[in-house]
Write a protein that binds this ligand. Structure first.
Ligand code: XMP
Length: 526
């Protein structure tokens, strides 16, 4: 019960929307399954494979999807199907390992495949089944398996085959398994297959929309907060911005958003925050101009980790002063997202509502213990963006590229001085303007300038020899920042950027382009 109460309190959209549960057997694609389901406007949550029915019951799931996984079902200790999955008589879609589990549990057989299958395969549909409604008889699917089904459980029928997998899809009633991965983009009709399972097999309705989320979450926030007050740190990024607008919509002026201008943000960002939140949304925004404090603390600091520590600590000091001056506050709101939740404690951490602020706004003193309010903890980034748009946030915030918390301090290599940050800011603005003007921004994960004030190189401007700073341009493509490739920007675009930086940014006389992928480099230079 406590979990249910917490879940509702945290804004879990558990009522009024149709939902399915995805059980995680360790596939690298588990989160992707959840995203695909939500793209079909059905709510899904990812849970460990041994989750108890009581934990998922509040969702009133209309179906279950079993993910793939690295184990073999016939090995001792292999992860099992929870008993409730079959007992509840819900429709089930088993993917890869999930298929094999279903087959084994119902009396069929699974064995190592004669030929392991990785990569594309041609799927041939052999039965008239709602899972394949509207699909052509043959299409490309993505396989990745070493085991396969060798005998079907009693009553099961083959639904589709491939060259190496006679039971590439099979099932009976609402129990269905597929050997391939419908969730990956390489499966030609993957999204259609998932949608068919949701709508034609489970009978779900497409009720998971920004509107339904906003409606339910504002109601949940109102109920949880009551007449108490909420403090929120706006960073300029999309997550805290969406959290602020959502909470403001729910409780109005009981929310105090705070924006700490560290002096380390990009050109125009502090102004945008003030315009959007104070003028457009009419929030009682507290703005703290703390640049001098930050630069004073950063004097002489060159080690990147030390920079991060100093900035984090100073941020807490400033925030603490605001909290005391404007408080008391019962709640601290944060823009924590679902991938962070999945990767840390599991979807519904039983203690989530009691975690103190040191979790994220590190090191606040004990008398400033808040309860956390995390209304986005069930959302993926693209969903946060869609909700931001539905709430009327402007594109400059909704589409803002990832920007490190320590800001331009990690884009100045070596000591962070106001002069070096000014160079980084001006160069960064030029990079952004040019890449946006070239229409390439949406294809890039991040693009920015790095300034190296400790490196001087020789140049010549007019009749004068210069001995000035080096600036590096970094532009990368990535889907999750775990890996990244340097972007093959057009040479004439690079030429324009270089020319403008050298001409317009005093102190820089040379520009280089970073052509290193991650790994072995990282995206940031520090
Ligand atoms: P790296 O440089 O490790 O960065 O490839 C991966 C992603 O994380 C961002 N990044 C940070 N974000 N605080 C943050 O909030 C930090 O200290 C930090 N350092 C790197 C980086 O911009 C990239 O998106």
């Amino acid at each position: 019960m406590e979990q249910t109460a917490n879940a509702a309190a945290l804004g879990r959209p558990a009522t009024g929307v149709d939902a399915v549960v995805v059980l995680d057997y360790g596939s690298q694609y588990s989160q992707l399954i959840v995203r695909r389901v939500r793209e079909a406007h059905v709510y899904a949550e990812l849970w460990p494979h041994d989750v108890a029915w009581e934990d998922v019951a509040p969702l009133q799931p209309k179906g279950v999807i079993l993910s793939g996984g690295p184990a073999s079902v016939y090995e001792p200790g292999a992860p099992q199907l929870p008993r409730w999955v079959l007992e509840r008589r819900l429709p089930v879609l088993g993917i890869c390992y999930g298929l094999q589990l279903l087959v084994q549990a119902l009396g069929g057989q699974v064995a190592p495949a004669a030929a392991r299958e990785y990569g594309p395969a041609t799927l041939e549909v052999v039965a008239d089944h709602p899972l394949f409604a509207g699909l052509p008889a043959r299409s490309t699917v993505w396989m990745s398996h070493g085991d396969q089904v060798t005998a079907l459980p009693p009553g099961w029928e083959p639904l589709a085959r491939s060259d190496n997998a006679p039971y590439a899809a099979c099932g009976h009633d609402g129990l269905i398994g597929v050997q391939f991965h419908p969730e990956v983009a390489h499966t030609e009709y993957g999204q259609a297959i998932i949608a068919n399972f949701l709508f034609r097999v489970c009978g779900c309705r497409p009720t998971w929309t920004p509107g339904s989320f906003i409606e339910q979450t504002t109601a949940a926030i109102r109920e949880r907060v009551g007449s108490e007050r909420v403090l929120l740190a706006l960073s300029g990024g999309v997550d805290s911005a969406v959290a602020a607008v959502l909470i403001h919509r729910a409780i109005g002026e009981q929310l105090t958003p705070v924006f700490v201008d560290t002096g380390l943000l990009r050109a125009g960002e502090p102004e945008t925050v003030v315009t959007v939140f104070r003028e457009h949304f009419q929030m009682p925004l507290v703005v703290v101009n703390a640049a001098e404090r930050f630069f004073a603390r950063l004097r002489g600091v060159v080690d990147p980790e030390e920079k991060r520590r100093v900035i984090g600590e100073e941020f807490v000091r400033v925030f603490e002063a605001v909290a005391r001056e404007h408080g008391p506050f019962r709640f601290l709101a944060q823009g924590t997202l679902y991938p962070d939740v999945i990767e840390s404690a599991g979807p519904v951490s039983k203690t989530a509502a009691k975690i103190k602020t040191h979790h994220n706004v590190g090191g606040l003193p004990p008398d400033l213990a808040f309860e956390l309010l995390e209304p986005l903890r069930w959302l993926f980034k693209d969903e946060v963006r869609a909700i931001g748009r539905a709430l009327g946030l402007p594109e400059v915030i909704v589409q803002r590229q990832p920007f490190p918390g320590p800001g331009l301090a990690v884009r100045v290599i070596g000591e962070v001085t106001p002069e070096a940050v000014a160079m980084a800011r001006q160069a960064d603005a030029i990079v952004r303007q040019e890449i946006e003007a070239a229409g390439l921004a949406s294809q890039l994960w991040q693009f920015f300038a790095v300034v190296l004030p400790t490196v001087r190189t020789t140049g010549v401007m007019g009749d004068f020899r210069t001995y000035a700073n080096l600036c590096a341009i970094r532009a990368v493509q990535s889907t999750d920042a775990m890996t990244a490739d340097w972007a093959r920007l057009p040479a004439d675009l690079l030429a324009r950027i270089s020319q403008r930086i050298v001409n317009e940014v005093p102190g820089i006389n040379r520009v280089v382009y970073d052509i290193t992928s991650k790994p072995p480099a990282t995206i940031e230079w520090e």
